[in-house]
Design a protein around this ligand. Sequence first.
Ligand code: HAM
Length: 429
Amino acid sequence: MAEAEYRAPVGTHDVLPPDSSRWAALVQAFAARAARFGYGLVITPIMEHVEVFQRVGAGTDVVRKEMYEFTDRGDRRLALRPEGTAPVVRAYVQHHPTPPWKVWYLAPHFRYERPQKGRYRQHWQLGAEVLGVDDPDVDVEIIALAHGFYRDLGLRHVSLLLNSMGTPEDRATFVRVLRDYLLEHGHDLGPEFLARADTHPLRLLDTNVEDWQDVIERAPQLTQHLSDASLRHFERVQHGLDALGITYELSPRLVRGFDYYTSSTFEFTSTALDAAQKAIGGGGRYDQLAEEMGGPPTAGIGFGIGIERVLIACDAEGVLIPDASGLDAFVIDALGEHDATQDATLLVAELREAGLHADRAYGGRSVKAQWKLADRSRASFGVMLAPKEAARGAVVVKDLETGDQLEVPRQQVPGWLRAHSEPNPEAGR
Ligand code: HAM
């Protein structure tokens, strides 16, 4: 087998310690916030029948060109989840829970994209969805959930872009106006522009081809064509965000990448990152989707946050530093042949059961080698079991940062360590 086959597939990556400690901290921060907002965890399969995704984006690149589709041994057409909303709506339609149904998820997503920094073939999203209420206060709540999460992590350079896609009727009227405008004003911009103006005029709005910008920037805006009801909803959302002190920028050309969006749409961008990877989360309403999947008419709204992108933003802002080990104690066994009673094994077990983070060396290493491992482990304290101290019923405790050393009675070790350890946020202590 070629060497390349023993590497993770292109566009995927392993997450190893200590970097994985940031994942744990990030997921814990999101889970805690979602729980405070009254959201329950939902777990859907990693694959669905392809129809579930075709519903949400027959006209989008993610579904048309980037899906990992396959036929299983029973001849079913399945796809690995390219996005998280469709499976959640499918689950809602299948199980008809009592609305409002407020859920959050953590899941791997698969898109056959051209890999680059911040763009992977497998990426992870933290997301939240609310089904069953068409109330602008829910739009505000869901935006506040994501906004507060970025703040919890310490990110400061995050902008919120806000738009409204109106109702499908508003959008149909607007698409006609937009298409006419683009075809008329862009008649000399070449065949590709004209073809796209004709088939997907909305999608043209957020392309960044330099030569097209003049025409695109002067194009009519959807928010000028909203019905009264859509406009009222959009204004209520803005007032709610104002009331919470969440700043946003109206972004009339924000067109999100799926067909299902209606009404409020939004995107969080990191101003600390390059354009290609700056979208660190996004979402919006999808008030028709449940019905399109055979369910009752059910309003819906949610967002997805790309974990890898958020971590790149954290790097750029110098926050959420990997936690080296989080160990409180590293136990050093200097008893050797004096240890007939497995004292080291017992002490490590006792510390762990007392809720402390403790580790040790294995394989009969010399005392010197064990101290080296203790230093490398970045534990707060080394705890040595040695014959002289053991005879007095004590152990040696060394502060591995300052080098200070003292004797602590063996019975008091867990209590002493607890009193002298920093609370470990990751462990929730
Ligand atoms: P999305 O904008 O396609 O929306 O993805 C959400 C986030 O996932 C993006 O803002 C980005 O941070 C991250 N992301 C997307 N593609 C990649 C990739 N190839 N590599 C790394 N990160 C990526 C959705 O998926 C919708 N389901 C969001 C939603 C939920 N709308 C309503 N509810």
